[in-house]
Design a protein. Structure first.
Length: 487
């Protein structure tokens, strides 16, 4: 029983001690204040004013107190409700955005604490906005609309430099100042861009026209270069074709010359071979004839030998039987053999003589034929000398049908001729066709003169006229007509 009461008292004491420690820790924790990096803790009391930033401190109650001062970035619009007048007197409305914050140094924090520590954020932004709008009004009054619109960075730089002194007095710093919009009620800004738009449009039109011109020039130059290149290519192609045709013509010419040479050689060799063949044929014929004669002689000799053997046999037989008849028969056979041998020899000699006589006769015939042709030509020439005008005219007239036939021969290949006659004149219809043939025949003398190179007048002047006597052979002077005397 006493042990149980002692244990209860012990646990009660331990619990009271733990409770006292907890209460003491809570009280000490309530006295300790902390300040984050985004704020500053302003502590003032019996130890003076202190700035706590980024760490904590113990604040004794009743003799010290503290307030928080935000150090975060403040962003708000600067948009004056009234119109701002530029240096040109143009009323404009400007909307901007300002970024403001309390500076991080101790002096600026204390200065900002003096100005805004007891004010709400709206009150603080209202005071800063009034200061910014006032400075903005002054800066806009010193600038033109063109500068405001075209150089917003310059306006922001002026705002930062102008507001710097006033902001320093409040412990603040202007981080940035940006123009959001500039507008006016009289469309000055809109009209301000029209000259530039017109100039830009004009420059664009000019640039487009110049580009079109340059494009047309380049296209024309390209077409000209293409035409020149095409012409050069055509010239080179024609030159190459001409050279190729010339080479082909030369090759064809060389080929024809070689063919002609080869043909000539072949003809010569063929003629030589033909002649040699004829000669060889004659030689062979002669050899064959000689061999035939030789064979006949050999046969005759064999026959003679056979006959001689037969004679000897018969002779021996006759000698055995009757000697005298055998001798008579032997003499008769010898006489016959001699006669046969003489006959064969005579035939061979006669054949050779006949061949020789035939060759001489053929040569004589050829000679006589040539001589006869030469004599005929001379006689014909002498006969031509005897021709007078009547003979020449007769010769020409007799040859005229052949000429007209040759001229009209192409018409024989014409299947059909259609003649359209208007009946105007005598040279129409079939008369026109025969007239054309007569006119073609009349051109024969001119053709003769062109081919012979001798005018017809000169020819007629050399032909003996009708009634003139032929010249006396061997005489130097022509015969004079009867009844005239020589001078």
């Amino acid at each position: 029983m006493p042990l149980t009461s002692l244990s209860v008292q012990f646990w009660v004491i331990v619990g009271l001690m733990v409770l006292c420690v907890a209460l003491l820790s809570s009280f000490l924790a309530s006295l300790y204040r902390k300040a984050g990096p985004h704020e500053a803790l302003i502590v003032y009391g019996f130890r003076g004013t202190r700035v706590i930033k980024g760490h904590g401190t113990v604040i004794f109650p009743m003799i010290e107190t503290s307030r928080q001062l935000p150090l975060e970035l403040m962003s708000f619009d600067v948009a004056p409700t009234q119109d701002l007048y530029t240096k040109q007197g143009v009323a404009v409305t400007v909307e901007a955005v300002a970024q403001i914050k309390v500076k991080s140094d101790l002096e600026s924090i204390l200065t900002s604490a003096e100005q805004f520590l007891t004010k709400t954020p709206d009150q603080r932004e209202s005071l800063i906005r009034l200061v910014m709008e006032g400075h903005l009004r002054g800066i806009i009054g010193q600038l033109t609309v063109e500068q405001i619109v075209k150089e917003p960075e310059m306006v922001g730089e002026r705002m930062r430099s102008t507001c710097a002194d006033d902001m320093n007095k409040m412990g603040l710093g202007v981080v940035s100042f940006t123009i959001k919009e500039v507008r006016d009620k009289n469309d000055y800004i809109v009209n301000m861009g029209r000259p530039d738009v017109a100039r830009i449009k004009r420059d664009a039109d000019v640039a487009a026209a110049e580009a079109d011109r340059d494009t047309a020039i380049k296209r024309a130059e390209a077409m000209r270069a293409s035409a020149i290149a095409k012409a050069q290519a055509d010239q080179e192609r024609v030159l190459a074709e001409t050279l190729s045709q010339a080479k082909q013509a030369e090759a064809q010419r060389d080929l024809e010359i070689k063919k002609a040479n080869y043909l000539e050689i072949v003809q010569k060799q063929k003629a030589t071979a033909d002649k040699a063949y004829e000669i060889q044929t004659n030689v062979m014929q002669q050899q064959v004839a000689a061999e035939a004669v030789g064979i006949q002689q050999i046969e005759r000799e064999h026959q003679i030998k056979v006959q001689e053997a037969e004679i000897m046999r018969r002779e021996k037989e006759l000698i055995a039987t009757v000697l005298k008849p055998a001798e008579i028969e032997s003499q008769r056979v010898a006489v016959l053999a001699a006669a046969e041998r003489g006959r064969l020899t005579a035939e061979a000699e006669g054949h050779a003589a006949a061949t020789r006589t035939q060759g001489l006769a053929e040569a004589e015939i050829i000679f006589k034929k040539g001589d006869a042709e030469a004599r005929a030509m001379n006689i014909k020439a002498e006969a031509f000398q005897e021709y007078n005008q009547a003979a020449v005219i007769d010769k020409l007239l007799t040859g005229l049908p052949a000429i007209v036939e040759a001229l009209a021969k192409p018409l024989s290949h014409v299947d059909k001729i259609t003649i359209v006659s208007t009946g105007n004149g005598a040279s129409t219809g079939m008369h026109k066709l025969t007239g054309d043939m007569t006119e073609i025949a009349s051109q024969v003398p001119a053709l003769f003169e062109a081919l012979s190179g001798m005018p017809m007048a000169d020819l007629w002047s050399k032909v003996r006229k009708l009634g003139d006597k032929p010249p006396v052979p061997g005489g130097d002077k022509p015969a004079l007509p009867s009844g005239t005397a020589g001078v």
